[in-house]
Design a protein around this ligand. Sequence first.
Ligand code: ATP
Ligand code: MG
Length: 354
Amino acid sequence: MSKVWVLGHGQLGAMLKHASMPLGVDVEPVALDAEVVPDFKPEDYITAEIEKWPVTPVTEKLADHPNFVNREVFGRLADRFTQKSLIDDLALKTAPWHLVDDSLSADEVYASLGERALMKMRTGGYDGRGQFWLKQAEGTEIPDDWRNQAIVEQAINFDEECAIVGVRDRAGQMFFYPLTLTLQLDGVLTASVAPLARLAHLQPQAQAMLGALMEELDYVGVMAMECFRVGDELIINELAPRVHNTAHWTQAGANISQFESHVRAVANLPIAQPQVKDTSVMINLLGTAYDVNWWAVPGAEPYWYGKDLREGRKMGHINFSRTLGGDLPGALEQLRELLPERYGQVIDWVVKEL
Ligand code: ATP
Ligand code: MG
């Protein structure tokens, strides 16, 4: 049985392990700070659920493992400077940007990018953290502690946000999931819907962009691309060299989930075009306490990550897929009663798309 170690010990690793059960592949997440370093065999495969890691006994041991899949890609995409440079090198659309160095002034930013621009830390930001708006109308200056640590990009006045996930094997064969419409609130993914007929015409554009990136990186496994939709144009927001929250719906909505696709590709099993079911919905459980009643909602497929409750923290998610004779809007109305009041706008957003 082949063995895949996942660097990182969060919900993504757990869901990779879950998906691997029918594959005859042994997936085992490893905590970065594990005190006992596992006995990694040279023939094992290594993947990661995170993009960046500190030097620990575990990561040091893995640094020169012969089967660390995509090892060079992680660092390149974890740094927004090298990530944006890669996108530019391939002449793919992304928000115009600059490196925030010692000499860049806020006036130069406003002159070249417009009256609003978003600084993003080069590394370590997630869920909207590590961001800082520069607004000409308020005369915002670049704080000194953002210099040499950040990029700054143009504010995109997008119609909506979407994402695509694809998978590539060692022979260069690629398959893609349909574009996913995403709702970010306060910079955090809160809900998603896929597939949507109204986005189907953008699918070739999205596949060409993500395909070019995966080919350039000689990538193996699942990669995610977040986009802004402006009219009929997709503008890349950011990339992630891993399974991604925007494709959690594939657990319910496709015969091969993104997690299974990733394990197959990494462990050198055949990959195949995922067969997608009718429209699926995912709702993130952000800072919500466990509620056993979720499991009684018709069609609901809840995943609970078993983490300690903290405000805003990703505690789990709930998937739904539209099925023959099912009443998805009705189920979402039931769920509305079982979630905090702030989810009202989230359910409204989802129902509008169905
Ligand atoms: P993630 O958790 O997805 O990794 P993140 O914190 O790394 O997110 P981004 O995805 O870059 O950061 O930004 C979070 C959200 O902020 C985006 O989904 C979008 O809503 C908004 N945003 C980011 N960049 C821009 C931009 N250039 N113009 C307008 N809005 C933006
Ligand atoms: Mg993002």
